[in-house]
Write a protein that binds this ligand. Structure first.
Ligand code: UD1
Ligand code: CA
Length: 502
């Protein structure tokens, strides 16, 4: 980064209540694109290389401090006990670092679209003008609610006037204060100490720092943001939705430019923390969140959510909800499956329709095609889990593990009661409740033998369609007792009847 140590410190103002959000959550913790507003501001400022980062906290202090500890442990939270205004907040921050000298970036905590390039442009403008106080500005179509930049006839900035305190003429100005400033620490300290509260809100406005400096003849500057979208604040839920959309559009634009196909940008939501490789394809209705990554050639969607999930090359995840999983190269998931944390699908593995998995390793080429629950399991390579199999992992108190070896055939509707192991090359008979290990190569059968009660329909359901059909089928079958002599083993050639699908 060219501007290593571009500023000595970053001060983020995040103590305000954010009343307009109407939320129990502090405003700066509201999330968009996979980060809190505060997280976005800190991420934008991080490459400036400041040795000190101070975040002014107040409203919802505990929550904001806990969040900071998680996302920016190097930042220092400083308490503004009473919210007396943005100028007071900046002052509290500077008081906490009395030794600080040089340029300081001061930024509102509710500016989630800020980008590093914009901050760099501000710092560069500050340096070029040899300024002691530089404000970032933007020309906006609707300046309602924002501070206006008042310039003199020569175009030099004279003051920042809050809307509530502005004259009609000043309100017509469309150049607004972004709430982002670079100032010399010593100068800022001095001017903040003298701030008055003679304004509509009775607060100490940081914006009031500019005019006295101009009057005292100090060099100040106002730098327009390269992209006015960058500086938009976020004060209520409607603005949050609009900012989220803008952020998402940026993320998708970048992905598309890099070679990702996004079929329907309007219904595709990708966090800033996600990576998608060129030639991946995102179908409509996809959400990619957290640390998710999608490799080249993979297809995601339609209507799929991936959270903290890794999707390998050429894999496909269709109409499914996937959390904390690894989907191996060319593996497939869905439609309509729920893949939960700790699931690891090997290369060419398959989790088909209406399957739930959790903490489950499915080995290379193994398949769980339909209607199954696979929890706390290790499945080897090339095995097939028949339809409606349940890995019975929970005894009501504790979870237990099931191990299935390589090239195993689990019959449909098998209950694998953990802890249990099915050895390499073994089978289980459809409908079995497997409570004991099945050795390699064995057929595990655990179900009652079938008994046919001959003539039952004729005797017990006379006159029904079933009785008529049975009669039409002939008396021969009627006369035969059980279909299978007692004691026969149910492992005849047709028996596994299990793995539906190859
Ligand atoms: C502020 C600016 C306005 C600018 C706009 C840009 C002031 C007086 N006005 O208005 O010129 O156009 O941002 O979005 O600064 N805060 C504290 N402690 C306080 C008060 C505020 O930490 O006592 C923090 C807030 O958490 C927020 C920031 O300062 O992050 C700005 O406060 P906010 O109330 O959002 O100011 P705006 O009315 O949006
Ligand atoms: Ca604001």
């Amino acid at each position: 980064m060219s501007s290593q140590q571009a500023v000595a410190a970053v001060v983020v103002l995040a103590a305000g209540q954010g009343t307009r959000m109407r939320s129990a959550t502090p405003k700066v913790l509201h999330e968009l694109g996979g980060r809190s507003m505060l997280g976005h501001v800190l991420a934008a400022a991080q490459p400036l290389g400041a040795a000190t980062t101070v975040v002014v906290v107040g409203s919802g202090r505990e929550a904001v401090e806990a969040h900071l500890a998680a996302v920016a442990p190097g930042a220092r939270a400083v308490l503004q006990a009473e919210q007396l205004g943005s100028g007071h907040a900046a002052r509290v921050a500077l008081d906490a670092v009395p030794e600080l000298e040089g340029p300081v970036l001061v930024v509102n905590g509710d500016a989630p679209l800020l980008r590093t390039a914009t901050l760099t442009a501000l710092v560069d403008g500050h340096t070029a003008a040899a300024s002691v106080f530089t404000v970032l500005t933007a020309e906006v179509d609707d300046p309602t609610g924002l501070g206006r930049i008042v310039r003199d006839d020569a175009g030099a900035p004279r003051a920042i006037v809050e809307e509530r305190d502005a004259t009609p003429g000043q309100r017509a100005v469309r150049e607004v204060n972004a709430g982002v400033y670079v100032a010399d620490a010593g100068t800022l300290r001095r001017v903040l100490a003298g701030l008055a509260t003679d304004n509509a809100q009775g607060e100490q406005y940081l914006t009031d720092a500019l005019a006295p400096l101009v009057e005292g003849g100090a060099p100040v500057a106002a730098v327009p943001a390269p992209d006015p979208d960058d500086v938009l604040g976020c004060n209520d839920r409607r603005e949050l939705a609009v900012r989220r959309r803008t952020l998402n559009d940026r993320v998708l634009d970048e992905l598309m430019r890099s070679g990702v196909t996004v079929v329907d940008p309007a219904t595709t939501w990708v966090d800033v923390t996600v990576t998608v490789a060129p030639d991946a394809l995102l179908e409509p209705g996809v959400q990619l969140r957290g640390t998710t990554s999608v490799a080249t050639g993979a297809v995601v969607g339609p209507d799929t959510t991936l959270v903290d999930t890794t999707v390998g090359e050429g894999a496909a995840v269709v109409r499914s909800h996937v959390l904390g999983a690894v989907v191996g190269p060319r593996a497939t998931v869905g439609p309509f499956s729920y893949v939960r944390p700790g699931t690891r699908l090997g290369a060419d593995a398959k989790v088909g329709a209406f399957v739930e998995t959790k903490n489950a390793q499915v080995g290379e080429g193994s398949k769980v095609p339909h209607l199954s629950y696979v929890g706390d399991a290790t499945i080897g390579r090339g095995s097939n889990i028949g339809a409606a199999t349940v890995f019975v992992n929970y005894d009501g108190v504790a979870k237990h593990h099931t191990t299935v070896g390589d090239a195993v055939r689990i019959g449909s509707d098998t209950m694998l009661v953990a802890p249990v192991t099915v050895g390499d090359g073994a089978y289980t008979a459809a409908g079995s409740v497997i409570t004991e290990d099945v050795p390699p190569g064995a057929m595990g059968v655990a179900r009652a033998a079938q008994r046919n009660v001959a003539g039952w329909v004729r005797r017990r359901r006379p006159g029904t369609a079933a009785a008529d059909a049975a009669a039409a089928a002939g008396a021969a079958a009627e006369g035969t007792a059980g279909s299978r002599p007692a004691g026969d083993t149910p492992a005849g050639p047709a028996e596994p009847g299990a793995d539906h699908e190859r």
